[in-house]
Design a protein around this ligand. Structure first.
Ligand code: NDP
Length: 331
């Protein structure tokens, strides 16, 4: 069943520094009708992600609907291969469709979801883009081996919480950083991290991390940059692997500085990666993640905002650390 109106989230203006609610406008448009070779998808969950901040600055046109990771249901189809009731997502690595209640898409823009793998929302989180980023970032780029000390920054977020558990399963000693005591407790008590540091309440992040990593650092999954990454660079072991996933602490800077403090590192492989480079192996990774969730070896959490009109606030909350695990919007 479709509604009469299609609420869309438009880019009202480009952010200047930290993004603000005024950069977004929720606009009502008519629900589009599919014609030849088109499919109408009703979004059930939307994903808000830190990378969107960069696209708001650099790519998306002002005054137009933005894009977001979507899982949804086909409500009308004039294309072969998709029928009403099918569960779908965007076919690209970021799973993007319109940041809207409804998207008109061609079959090439859609991928079918396997409902047996878990509830719909997990296809945007632990079994979706962020889970796959954790999987490839940790296992392919970080390459932890038993006994390695592995540090994950932003450890209680969507990517970090999964990546840290994968490092533990690979035999690593896992240390996380996060922005609240509740997050630190979740990491150590439920996810099996060996130690975690609340970087917001610690006077000296470098000293706290040095305490937590007495044997230095072998693998670092960087999701935040800034002083945490500087600190880890100070006691990286020879031959360390730095998997640079993202650096949210720099996304609001007009002129980010860095890379910083590389002179402190003896020898290391420092690799910036994007999940899309692993696209040919997505299916295998998703199935392995699903098996780990099913066996209870991998646990996940979701923070869910209700209603598309709440999605700008949900996005802004990523920069204030309001989410635990994957931030989603239920449409
Ligand atoms: P998260 O679920 O981790 O949400 C963002 C978190 O970042 C917040 O909860 C907050 O947690 C933390 N944070 C916000 N501002 C700062 C800051 N200034 N300094 C330190 N921490 C901060 O998001 P994702 O897991 O989706 O993404 C995490 C990172 O990974 C981002 O940089 C993102 O761009 C990147 N990424 C890269 C991909 C790739 O293909 N390379 C794919 C997906 C994500 P806290 O309470 O701990 O501060």
């Amino acid at each position: 069943m479709t509604h009469d109106t299609n609420r869309q989230v438009h880019l009202a203006s480009r952010p200047n520094g930290p993004p603000a609610r005024s950069n977004f406008e929720v606009v009502e448009a008519p629900v589009p009708e599919p014609t030849n070779n088109e499919v109408l998808v009703a979004a059930r969950y939307l994903s808000v992600d830190p990378y969107m901040r960069l696209l708001m600055q650099q790519r998306w046109p002002v005054g137009e609907v933005m894009r977001a990771g979507v899982v949804g249901e086909v409500v009308d189809s004039r294309a072969d291969g998709f029928a009403e009731g099918d569960l779908v997502t965007g076919s690209g690595a970021l799973q993007e469709l319109d940041w809207a209640e409804y998207t008109l898409a061609t079959p090439e823009e859609l991928a079918s979801l396997d409902p047996d793998l878990g509830p719909l929302s997990v296809h945007l989180g632990v079994l979706g883009m962020t889970g796959r980023t954790a999987y490839f970032g940790m296992l392919d780029v970080g390459e932890p081996t038993p006994g390695d000390t592995v540090v994950v920054s932003g450890a209680a977020g969507a990517v970090g919480s999964v990546a840290g558990q994968l490092a533990r399963l690979a035999g690593g000693r896992v240390v996380g950083t996060a922005g609240s005591d509740a997050k630190v407790e979740w990491l150590t008590d439920e996810l099996g991290f060996d130690a975690a540091v609340n970087y917001k309440t610690t006077d000296d992040v470098e000293a706290a991390l040095a305490d937590a990593c007495p044997d230095g650092v072998d693998v670092y999954l960087d999701r935040v940059g800034g002083e945490i990454t500087d600190a880890v660079a100070s006691f990286a072991n020879a031959g360390a692997r730095f998997a640079i996933c993202g650096q949210i602490a720099h996304y609001n800077e007009e002129e980010p500085v860095g890379p910083r403090l590389l002179s402190r590192i003896w020898t290391a492989r420092i690799e910036k990666f994007t999940v899309s480079q692993f696209e040919p192996r997505f299916r295998a990774a998703t199935r392995r993640l699903a098996r780990l969730v099913e066996s209870g070896d991998l646990v996940y959490r979701e923070t869910v905002a209700e209603g598309i009109e709440r999605s700008p606030e949900a996005f802004l909350g990523l920069f204030a650390g309001e989410n635990v695990g994957k931030q989603l919007v239920e449409v």
